[in-house]
Design a protein around this ligand. Sequence first.
Ligand code: MN
Length: 295
Amino acid sequence: MAQAPVLEVTESRTADVAGLTVRRALPRARRRTVGAWCFVDHLGPAALDERLGVQVGPHPHIGLHTVTWLLEGEQRHRDSLGSDQVIRPGQLNLMTAGAGVVHAEESLDYWGPLHGVQLWVAQPESTRHGEAAFEHHADLPQVELDAAVATVLVGSLDGVRSAARADTPLVGLDLDARAGTSVLPLEPSYEHALVVLSGAVSVDGSVVRPGALAYLGEGRDELAVTAAEPARVLLVGGEPFQSPVLMAWNFVARTREELDAAYADWAGGEERFGAVDTALPRLAAPPPPWGVRGR
Ligand code: MN
């Protein structure tokens, strides 16, 4: 007999990123990952007309991919690989940290609303100690559904595949929904979750709004998403991640020793992580939650 599908709605917590309040849907205390997705920040919509924009100085990452997707606004990405890329709505930035990378995010002369998501994907053992990399995708494939246009950010939908890198089986979709119901074909071996970015949608009879993660579990081969009025929705999913990840600040690892080493290497200079060509100051790491080794 078929089991009733899982639907767990978890409130996002608010966090501050460079003075901008964001809704952090992942990680939460009882939901650390969805597939390899380990971090979901929903930024804005925030008016930038009375501020200097979002300026995030050079900071390091290890063991993850950062995935940036904007609905409004623009941001300039620069990293220690020499990448210098402005990202605008409809485009995807995907940076691979591997053993270490540094990047900075700056608002340009753009003075309008900023609205988007910043996502992290945990890297598997096979690539997490490897080379850093950066990809920009200006053209992402789209799939027309009954009452929505789905943009395939990562992975595939209905056989239509994004060129973005994925080190483990993964999917990330943006749904631009009109009033009506769209049925999304899903990979049943994946677990899935959705985050509403604007408007509201109904799933399994429950209404989901911005500020929550709707975890959909595994085993679904399709999902009906109903909107009463236009809505934007992010759907993430993937094969349940095999290793428990340890996250601290901007680092994703497996052991505290690895995290301690990353903190020490960042505090000690730029040798491991490299430098970014920017006037913004490097960010200092907060102390790790378990204290500093040797004190
Ligand atoms: Mn970052």
